[in-house]
Ligand binder design. Structure first.
Ligand SMILES: NC(=O)c1ccc[n+]([C@@H]2O[C@H](COP(=O)([O-])OP(=O)(O)OC[C@H]3O[C@@H](n4cnc5c(N)ncnc54)[C@H](O)[C@@H]3O)[C@@H](O)[C@H]2O)c1
Length: 257
């Protein structure tokens, strides 16, 4: 039995498109193809690869927005408010830590590196949710992206694992805050996928090999498979699911070896 998911008339804010490998791009495309309009916030540094992608979407809106810049946040949300009025979905697919803190010993992270990783990768979910909340319709859905390094020590993932733990906890508190409006907040915990962000993790090639060797499905996952889960989380098929971390990882997280 196939269950088509129709998002015609729906509108989504998507953060985290850097290029055509980005998980956020695969999610935006999937939502777009289901009929949803996209408002994308992007960092200036990714503009050359971001702009051509917008031509593949139906009537998108987009604007520069760095989540550490209050003025850009203000103008981005003003633009979305003016053009969309209400929205249905918010996709948070952004993370950042300094490259030197994604290798070697975790304990070598300095205070600034610790703060930056948390500000961009975890606090930004809270800030974007708070700014989006007045526009989010009842029945809306917020999705964040996370990784197993939040709950297990994954060598090299280091400070990003600690920031992802804060992100996942924020998902649960936001789910409680927004639940009375029937707005759901969930995280997708994806297996490793070769993207720009992943290229900063020193042990990334080993992570990919580990999944093929140890995951029950004996393979890696694709960004399209993450996008399928995001589509499900934006649909009514998931309307009683909130506060959860959903694993799209070929089953790797259930293994004990
Ligand atoms: N690739 C993987 O293996 C993997 C696995 C699990 C979870 N994730 C998570 O998925 C999300 C997306 O990462 P990706 O792998 O698609 O990589 P990506 O490099 O394509 O996306 C990361 C995005 O974060 C954005 N970003 C960083 N700092 C920002 C800031 N200050 N303001 C606004 N945007 C900012 C970048 O512009 C980029 O678009 C991240 O949260 C990442 O941790 C990735």
């Amino acid at each position: 039995m196939s269950v088509p998911i129709d998002l015609k008339g729906k509108k989504a804010i998507v953060f985290g498109i850097a290029n055509d490998k980005s998980i956020a791009w695969h999610i935006a495309k999937r939502l777009n193809d289901a009929g949803c309009r996209i408002a994308a916030g992007y960092q200036e540094r990714v503009e050359p690869l971001f702009m051509p992608l917008m031509k593949e979407l139906h009537n998108p809106i987009y604007d520069k927005c760095d989540v550490v810049d209050d003025a850009l946040l203000e103008s981005f949300f003003k633009k979305v408010q003016e053009e969309f009025g209400e929205i249905d979905f918010l996709v948070h697919s952004i993370a950042f830590a300094k490259r030197e803190h994604l290798q070697g010993k975790f304990m070598n992270v300095d205070k600034r590196g610790y703060e930056v990783a948390h500000q961009v990768s975890a606090y930004s979910l809270v800030e974007l949710s708070r700014r989006a909340a007045p526009m989010l319709k009842n029945g809306g859905s917020i999705i964040a992206m996370t990784y197993l390094g939040s709950e297990k020590a994954v060598p090299g993932y280091n400070i990003m694992g600690v920031a992802k733990a804060a992100l996942e906890s924020s998902v649960r508190y936001l789910a409680y805050d927004l639940g009375e409006k029937q707005i759901r907040v969930n995280a997708i915990s994806a297996g490793p996928i070769a993207t720009l962000a992943a290229s900063g993790i020193a042990n990334f090639p080993e992570m990919l090999l580990n999944y093929v060797a140890k995951a029950p499905l004996k393979r890696n996952i694709t960004a399209d498979e993450v996008a399928d889960c995001a589509l499900f989380l934006c649909s009514d098929l998931s309307k009683a699911i909130t506060g959860q971390v959903i694993y799209v990882d070929a089953g790797y997280s259930v293994m004990g070896i």
